[in-house]
Design a protein around this ligand. Structure first.
Ligand code: DC
Length: 218
């Protein structure tokens, strides 16, 4: 079984997906982590990000292990490093290359091949797992989403400014919605959940309610 969750940054997708997977005793895959790890590798190797061919090669040879919440690049735990503003700033160009996306989509399908998974990202309901049993689209007010992202970075001890975080979030929203492949869009059969006024626990409850409702056929 696949529970596919899409939506823009700051909707709490990652947090609620992890909790949802735990509550249902199934596995969890954060596909954003795959693109973040690729971006980190490109930055660490001083790759010219406009050089698509080099990025395709990097994607093909990416030595990435994802075990639930743990992300290892070439055997090194990169969970903190892949979620820093420098990765946020540089990721949009890399994820816009359709050949790079094709390689990463194959990797994501392989990672969630065996067992039941909550898979979250931008194109999970539309491209990666269009046949998923459950499809959700989490949304939310832009300022509220920016505030959540800002809080996350502050808790991590990073020196950031709210306006910069908000600007970057809007820039990524636009890039995600307007790229030619794997764009963020609402799948026709996805249930939309507006998280603006919901806590994490309330969002998870809403997701569970929908999964259970469907399973019992009511
Ligand atoms: O969910 P996130 O913020 O960790 O995602 C990081 C970036 O990766 C985001 O700007 C969009 C991109 N992404 C994507 O293009 N497709 C996915 N399935 C997941 C993330």
């Amino acid at each position: 079984m696949i529970i596919a969750i899409d939506g823009p940054a700051g909707t709490g997708k990652t947090t609620v997906s992890k909790i949802l997977a735990k509550r249902l005793s199934i596995s969890y895959l954060d596909t954003g982590a795959t693109y973040r790890a690729l971006t980190l590798k490109a930055l660490d190797n001083d790759v010219d990000l406009s050089n698509k061919d080099v990025l395709i090669d990097l994607a093909k040879t990416l030595n990435l292990q994802i075990q639930g919440e743990n992300v290892y690049l070439e055997g090194v735990d990169v969970n903190f490093k892949i979620r820093t503003p420098v990765v946020d700033k540089n990721i949009s160009l890399i994820v816009s290359y359709s050949e790079v996306r094709q390689i990463m989509v194959e990797l994501q399908r392989k990672l969630a091949k065996i067992g039941d998974y909550v898979v979250e990202g931008r194109d999970i309901t539309t491209v990666v797992f269009p046949q998923a049993e459950f499809k959700f689209y989490l949304d939310g007010d832009t300022s509220v989403r920016a505030q959540r992202r800002y809080n996350e970075l502050i808790v991590k001890g990073l020196d950031v400014n709210f306006e910069d975080v908000k600007k970057d979030l809007i820039r990524r929203d636009n890039a995600d919605k307007n790229r030619s492949t794997g764009a963020l869009k609402i799948s026709e059969d996805a249930k939309i959940i507006d998280t603006t006024n919901l806590t994490v626990a309330e969002t998870v409850d809403e997701l569970i309610k929908n999964v259970k409702k469907d399973e019992t056929g009511r």
